[in-house]
Every structure is written in C-alpha cells, then in structure tokens.
Design a binder for this molecule. Sequence first.
Ligand code: SAH
Length: 402
Amino acid sequence: MTETIVKLKKKYRNKILKGYPLIEKDAILDKNKLDKQGMVLKIIDEDNKFIAKGYYGKQNKGIGWILTYKENIKINQDFFRDKIKEALYLRKKMYANQETTAFRTFNGEGDNIGGLTIDYYDGYYLINWYSEGIYKFKDYVITALKELTSFKGIYEKKRFNTGGKYIDDDDFVLGERASFPLIVKENNVNFAVYLNEGAMVGFFLDQREVRNIIKEKYSKGKNVLNTFSYTGAFSVFAAKGGAKKTTSVDLANRSRKKTIEQFKINDIDESKHDIIVEDVFKYFKYAVKKKLTYDMVILDPPSFAKSKKYIFSASKDYTNLLIQAINITKNNGIIVASTNCSNFDMDRFKDFINKAFKETNEHYKIIQEFSLPSDFKKNNIYKESNYLKVVFIQKSTIYLED
Ligand code: SAH
C-alpha cells in the first residue's frame, strides 16, 4: 500500500512516541492530505523525523490509529497476519477450553490494530469494523483468518456510521451460514447468540468472570434482582448457581422472550423466575412500596440511556442508582455494581459507591473487584480501553473491618 506522508503537530509528538495509539482529531498538521479513509499514513514530526505509521479512519474517538513505530515495516498482508497470529497465540488456552466456546480473539488497540475487534463464537468469527478506514483492510483480515485458523463461517458488523452506530446489513461474509440461535458455552452454561440480527449479539463477552463468580460463590439459595437485565445472562448464571429465585428487569420488550430462551436452553424452569419489562427506576419504587428486599442486586446499566421518564447517565447518576439499590438490599446482602463507562476510572467509581452509602447511612465492604478479562487485551498507555469496572459490595449495618 502506498503511504501518505503527514506531519504531526508538535504537541502530540511525545504522547504518540510514548505509545498512545489513537490519532486524535486535531493531531495532523496537513489535514488536507487526509482524503481517503483507509490510507496508510507515514507520520513525521515538524522536523521531518519519522514517528510512526498508522491509518486514517474516522471514529467518534479520533481519526485513526497508530500501527507501528518501525519505519521499515510495511502495512500489508504480512503485517495483518503477524498481528492476528500473535493475538491467536495469546488465546491458545481459550481455544483449547471446551467449557467456554465464546471469547474475544482480537481486541483492537490492545492487540495493536485499533478499530478492529474479532470475537469467536464456537466455530464462527464475528468481525467488528469501527471505521470505513479499517474496513478497507478487510481482505487482509479475512485472508489472515483463513490462513491461520479453521472456522465454519465469518460474520461482520459495520459500526462506522456516524457516531459509531451499526449499519444494518446482511452480516454474513463467507463460509457456511450458522443456524440461529447459535448455542455457545461459557463455563458450561449455554447461551443463545445471534450473529445476524442487527447490532446486538445477545451476550456481552467481557462479563465472563463476573458471571462465573456469581454462579460459583454468590447465588446459592439467594433471592436475586438483576436490573438492566437485557437477555438475562446474569439471571441464568445465578439460577445455575442455585439461586432460589431471580427477578430480571429491563425496559425493552424483547428482553422477556430472550430471557425465557436463555433459561430454556439451560433446563431452568422459567416459571420459577420473574421477568419484568419495566423501567428499573419505576421498579425500585414499586419494590420499596411492597417492602421487597433482595440478597443480591445486580446493577449493569448502559453508560447512557433515555427512557420515557428518566435520563440515566452513569457518570452523573450512578450514585443515585446505588442509593435505590441499597434501600432494597438485605443487611449483609450483596450489590454487584457494574459499569462500562469509560469517562471515569475505578477510583471515581468507588467514590460514587462511598457517597451512596454515606447518604443512606449504611456501612459496606468491598469484597471483590473485576475489570476486563485477559482476552480483552488492554493497551496500557490507552487508559480508555480499560472501561469495565465491576465491584461486589456487601451491605452492613455495622462497620466491617477489612
Ligand atoms: N446486564 C446485561 C446488559 C445490559 S445492556 C447483560 O449482562 O447482558 C443495557 C440494558 O439496559 C438494555 O437491555 C436496555 O434495554 C436496558 N435499559 C436501559 N435503560 C433502562 C431503564 N431505565 N430501565 C430498565 N432497563 C433499561
């Protein structure tokens, strides 16, 4: 591929040299040269010294990603093959594990190509393209997967519409089509996924460790409330772990059908569990009125959501969400507070937790914390990629020593 030489503004130089992988919106001096997404950029500084190579691809985050700091490396088929090969090697154990057949194979800038993720679902690959730019390298990625792996089929999601939104399409790329639902396993629990039904697959792979610990350690005999439950993944794992009862609450109509499906494919009698299609904030009020309390309350809201009555923004409203959860959690019960919001870090998340407990005059102890699992490989210089924060909090009326 031909390379276009572009100049980096001085103020971005050190940041990029330290390994920051994102090419920010305003970083390139001769912007007029950026005309075709997918073009390979040879980035030099204002003194004409080589800095790095990257590609031009517009995302809401920036205008491209750094690919290499070596001038002699070409961005070609071999480059993509090498990066994908390295990523596959790092997940070798996951491919060998028959109890879990769905995981992330390639994690964007964590695996040194920003804007591209590849997930594995029991023989099928799902490629996420986050810009028109990275989509231009499609042949390289597909050829690498063909050469390095054996698979049944490949699907893709184009997430490069304005604002990173998904473009509705037939997402099948090649190989054989899967029949849906495709049943994958996670720690021996079944899950129904759909690779060709719009933007969502039905399952968030990054919560694997959290689901497992909920099943193994926190559910036996418990009455569990799962809020923002979506397809009910946490409820299924709680039920599998021996929960007396789960209550799943989600605003979206689809959530009832989807949750029943997940229960069914795991031989769980769904009539013993409640699935409620309602606004979570309305449900909290109802629970207080009816004096309902829970041994465990799971909170996994989106970073931002608008319902008829409420707007929820994780960075502004998480404390309030916690206060409502504290009010209906039994003494010594557990609150699982989760967020995928990249606007704040774990320390600030813990401030929200502290504030909520102060306001309710209750004590608490943090008993476990999770961030992304290892298949969601992080780029340590790019802090935003470490978005997941999950905290297990025990509520107590007395102060608990660590
Ligand atoms: N916990 C889920 C993922 C949650 S995705 C899992 O583990 O799979 C976020 C969900 O929140 C969506 O399904 C959306 O419908 C729901 N949601 C957003 N705002 C809501 C509200 N005010 N009340 C109830 N559900 C809401």
